[in-house]
Write a new protein. Structure first.
Length: 394
């Protein structure tokens, strides 16, 4: 009896171990398949995520119009129309400024050529001086020794004068092969082919936002019906948690970017920087990009200052002022505006940036923090996943 009981317990333990190994293997395969799906379907998923974030952001405005006795469909249409009008006005202002910039493109090109020529000549001088300093004079080639180079040049010139010029070769009739011109449509297709899918998916964003707003109650009710009755409360809390996190994150970043834009505008106006209405917003909002925000924020004012001044003090002032604003915003304001709303520890933020940046590139870096915070919001509101939420938290 004891032997049979022991053998039965051993078989049960072995079966349990095998079952756990199978579950782990299935989990690893499912994770790999999910990552592959996210990678190859990145254009689709990025479009849906951006549209969902915009819908979560605009939903309180729709609710406000609904309190004015508007149906949800009409309120959603009004809110989307207002958003499109705002985007149109911003695009119009950018277009008007770009016309002025286009008039100064020759000055920009001339200044860039001067900088490149100056940098190339300085690099060549430094290379020559280092080469002459490190290598003994007797081991240097004739071209690197000034006296020997001059003597060799004079000797070669004298020898060239003494030698008769060779007779000119017989004329060869050139044959021109006329190539067929590339059709305009083929050229445009080759240029925009890699951006076609992104542009196609971007055209769906306004429609997705409208349908997510107008069908919000229907989608939420059908979403809750997916779960068992005992789990619907957790699913509803996760839905609300993700929406609150997205609104807090986007609004916090927008307010911080607006504050940096105002501060940058004051500094750029003080030094009479050309095209400051474009340089200041670009510098302010690019400063919010994780990890690479500082060099991105410095580039717009430096580019705007190229044809305006040749004094290095202006460029040093722009670099120092933008760096100070960036550091103040990152260390003092960002934790209050954004960090207090997402509750992610720095290690998770870094790993999230690496993961989403590897999958989706630049747009993955921009969406990494809200996506990771959304995962944490789901974990915080689902009882079985709360330990993972605490692992991701600060």
């Amino acid at each position: 009896m004891r032997l049979a009981h022991a053998s039965g317990g051993f078989l049960d333990a072995q079966a349990t171990t095998t079952q756990r190994s199978v579950q782990v293997g299935v989990g690893i395969l499912a994770a790999g398949a999910g990552i592959a799906l996210l990678y190859y379907g990145r254009v689709f998923f990025v479009t849906v995520i951006i549209a969902s974030m915009i819908a979560f952001l605009l939903d309180p405005i729709v609710v406000f119009f609904m309190r004015l006795r508007m149906p949800r469909g009409l309120a959603s249409f009004v809110v989307c129309s207002i958003g499109l009008v705002v985007l149109y006005l911003l695009g119009l202002g950018l277009y008007l400024e770009s016309i002025n910039i286009a008039d100064d493109l020759p000055a920009y090109g001339q200044r860039v050529n001067e900088l490149l020529d100056s940098a190339a000549s300085r690099a060549e001088d430094v290379e020559r001086s280092v080469y002459q300093t490190l290598l003994p004079k007797r081991l240097q080639p004739v071209s690197e020794q000034p006296e020997a180079a001059a003597a060799a040049q004079a000797k070669g010139k004298k020898k060239k004068q003494q030698q008769p010029e060779p007779p000119a070769p017989p004329a060869v009739q050139e044959v021109h092969i006329q190539q067929e011109p590339t059709p305009l449509l083929s050229y445009l297709y080759g240029y925009f082919r890699e951006y076609y899918n992104a542009l196609l998916m971007a055209s769906f964003v306004p429609f997705l936002v409208y349908f997510l707003l107008s069908w919000r109650d229907h989608v939420r009710s059908r979403y809750l019906l997916i779960f068992d009755p005992e789990h619907r409360r957790s699913a509803a809390d996760a839905w609300s948690g993700v929406g609150d996190m997205v609104r807090a994150y986007v609004i916090g970043n927008f307010l911080l970017g607006l504050l940096l834009t105002v501060a940058s505008s004051l500094l750029f106006v003080a030094v009479k920087l050309p095209y400051w209405p474009i340089a200041a917003p670009l510098s302010g909002f690019l400063s919010l990009v994780p990890y690479i925000g500082l060099p991105l924020a410095i580039m717009p004012p430096l580019i705007a200052a190229l044809p305006a001044s040749r004094e290095p003090t202006l460029y040093l002032f722009l670099i120092a002022s933008v760096a100070v604003l960036h550091l103040l915003a990152l260390n003092l304001l960002y934790p209050k505006f954004v960090g207090a709303r997402v509750h992610l520890n720095p290690l998770v933020v870094t790993v999230g940036l690496m993961f989403w940046g590897m999958l989706w590139g630049g747009i993955g870096l921009l969406l990494a923090i809200p996506l990771t915070a959304g995962v944490k919001a789901v974990c915080d509101n689902v009882t079985s996943l709360q330990p993972y939420g605490r692992l991701l938290g600060d």
